[in-house]
Design a protein around this ligand. Structure first.
Ligand code: SF4
Length: 382
């Protein structure tokens, strides 16, 4: 079966204070060596099950800031994918771009290289908020970059927004959504700012230097975002993701549907399904170690584990419940050999009775209330 490929590019011009991704601030970075390492890893994976002989359904260049790399480096990786696996016709090939690192020339080059979807890390259209978030770009650069991407023919565009930023008002969020929609992308992501351990924001929070908006304001902002985006024709299909018809991110859908995916690059995670469960593994996080190991023998794993059926079932539910459509009871039963209600004992009945889960036309999904308490519901299964 065709699979989804994630390619991690770990370099950024500076580290945003809220970011807990495997990303490193670097003024110069070993682009050629890193590209060669990615190709070496792909070559090795192309010889092994379950990837050998399978085609690629989607490619997602994430980071970090993949738009820092030259279009020809991205093109080399895509060409290697085509030669080693084959890429399905119509595959969506996405690249994440920081609006401060992209221009007409690069966008043209990326399109020629085969990229057909750009995901812009806009985050906000208020310069004050962008500054607070440590972003290197301003709102005008985002407007220009997205407009240029449309001009050069990218039909599929995403604009990322962040809400619940300290100091942000409801009006600010409305303006951010209005501005994002005015750019006419077919996809908008709208994430709740979180304070993850190890980030500069987390340290500032602990020292009392910044104050989160609070749970009530966050839920109200989330409700406001869903309503406003729907008014512009962006339907929520995942907890933080909204699309116009045909605009859904097929790559991320593979994660949320708990399907196999291959991740290459520093710190990238992979999951190979075998039966109901399977195996997952992750690569060396440090780019220099990753490059050395991948160039040496094509493998740069730093850890892995098998996923037993119980864990896989919990993750299947947890991930699929992120989707508006939830999951089909029949799909659960087909994969795990037992009914959803039978597998988890008293838990589903309680969640249905509490109005957090709902069952409709053979599918299970979160109710409106369940959506507000999605983390707590997920915790019941994992
Ligand atoms: S640009 Fe993105 S990946 Fe890089 S530090 Fe900022 S949030 Fe993290």
């Amino acid at each position: 079966m065709a699979f989804s490929l994630y390619v991690h590019i770990p370099y950024c011009l500076s580290k945003c204070p809220y970011c807990d991704f495997n990303s490193y601030a670097a003024a110069v970075f070993p682009e050629q060596d890193y590209t060669r390492a990615l190709i070496a890893e792909l070559r090795r994976r192309a010889q092994e099950p379950p990837w050998a002989g399978e085609r690629i359904a989607t490619i997602f260049f994430g980071g970090g800031t993949p738009s820092l790399f030259a279009a020809c480096s991205i093109g080399e990786v895509i060409e290697a994918c085509e030669n080693l696996f084959g890429i399905e016709a119509g595959a969506k090939i996405t690249l994440e771009a920081n609006p401060g690192t992209i221009d007409l020339r690069k966008l043209l080059g990326l399109r020629r290289a085969g990229v057909n979807r750009i995901s812009f890390g806009a985050q906000s259209f208020k310069d004050e908020t962008l500054k607070f978030l440590g972003r290197i770009h301003d709102a005008e650069q985002t407007r220009r970059s997205v407009a240029t991407a449309l001009d050069v023919g990218f039909e599929h565009l995403n604009v990322d927004l962040i809400f619940a930023v300290p100091g942000q008002t409801f009006d600010d969020l409305v303006r951010d959504i209005d501005e994002a929609a005015a750019l006419n992308p077919d996809h908008i992501s709208c994430y709740n700012l979180t304070f993850e351990e190890g980030t500069a924001f987390y340290a500032a929070l602990k020292r009392g230097r910044i104050r989160p908006l609070g749970q009530r304001a966050e839920s109200l902002m989330y409700a406001l975002a869903r309503k406003r985006l729907a008014e512009y024709g962006y339907a929520m299909y995942e907890i933080s993701n909204y699309a116009r018809p045909g605009g859904q991110c097929r790559h991320n859908l593979a994660y949320w549907r708990a399907q196999s995916f291959l991740g290459v690059g520093a710190g990238a995670h992979s999951y190979a399904r075998r039966g109901p469960g399977g195996r997952r593994w992750w690569n060396e996080r440090a780019p220099t170690t990753y490059i050395k190991r991948a160039l040496n023998d094509g493998i740069a794993e730093s850890g892995g584990e098998s996923v037993d059926d119980r864990t896989a079932a919990g993750e299947f539910v947890f991930l699929n419940l992120r989707l508006n459509e939830g999951f089909a009871r029949a799909d659960f039963e087909h994969r795990f050999g037992r009914s959803f209600d039978g597998f988890f004992g008293a838990v589903p009945a309680r969640l249905f009775a509490d109005g957090l889960l709902m069952s409709e036309h053979g599918r299970v999904r979160l109710s409106e209330r369940g959506l507000e308490l999605a983390d707590a519901v997920a915790a019941e299964f994992v």
